[in-house]
Design a protein around this ligand. Structure first.
Ligand SMILES: O=c1[nH]cnc2c1ncn2[C@@H]1O[C@H](COP(=O)(O)OP(=O)(O)O)[C@@H](O)[C@H]1O
Length: 198
């Protein structure tokens, strides 16, 4: 499905569209992979029931609730704890221009590493959706290794809707990964995908 960016207010004035809200939770970390590769940031996505990667969130009805409170409700179901999302956390809104009439609202929320770990734990022990709509939270490997391991390999997997573009633009804009490294990883991921398709 193809999307184009639209202002949030304009999106909310559309008639007959569904509104999906998803969030990228992230935190800074001092952890080092194998004791030597600094991870710098933790970014959360999830493995969905359909085997696709995506962000936590879901459909919200703006005539009954704000985007942010609807998203917080979805997060309680998927992460098993209250995570307040505010209008300042809004990152982008994208309108589908093929397929069903849908606006994908995307938020990014910075947490501390301890808060993010608590959410990961609650997602397994407390969330009603665990093992049903959500198969598990996953951390995105943001480093690139020899043989295209890490970020390029992660990007070669299958993603729901426009969640892969949401991830890439958030990483660039929030400067969690340099523009150069994002482009290199996307190029390698494309090659991995082509090889798999053969
Ligand atoms: O991470 C995401 N980013 C953007 N759109 C998504 C993401 N995950 C699901 N969607 C889309 O949002 C809509 C709602 O899906 P989702 O499964 O999250 O919500 P639901 O549990 O309320 O049905 C669907 O059209 C789906 O394709």
């Amino acid at each position: 499905m193809a999307y184009r960016e639209i202002a949030k207010e304009q999106a909310l004035s559309l008639v007959g569209h569904k509104h999906a809200c998803h969030v990228m939770l992230y935190a800074a970390t001092d952890a080092k992979l194998f004791g030597r590769i600094p991870l710098k940031h933790i970014v959360l996505m999830q493995m969905r029931f359909d085997g696709l990667l995506g962000f936590p969130g879901g459909l919200v009805n703006p005539s009954k609730e704000s985007l942010e409170s609807g998203l917080s409700r979805e997060l309680r179901e998927e992460l098993g704890m209250a995570i307040d999302v505010s209008p300042e956390d809004h990152f982008s809104s994208s309108l589908s221009h093929s397929g069903p009439k849908l606006v994908a609202h995307f938020f990014t929320k910075k947490m501390t590493e301890a808060e993010l770990r608590e959410a990961e734990a609650a997602a397994v022990t407390k969330a009603t959706d665990h093992g049903l709509e959500v198969m598990g939270m996953v951390r995105v490997p943001l480093f690139s290794m020899k043989n295209d391991g890490g970020f390029p390999s992660f990007l070669s997997h299958s993603f729901i809707s426009n969640s892969r573009s949401q991830l890439l633009s958030a990483l660039r804009v929030l400067e969690l990964v340099s523009q150069e490294d994002v482009e290199a990883a996307v190029g390698k991921a494309d090659k991995i995908r082509q090889t798999k398709a053969q």
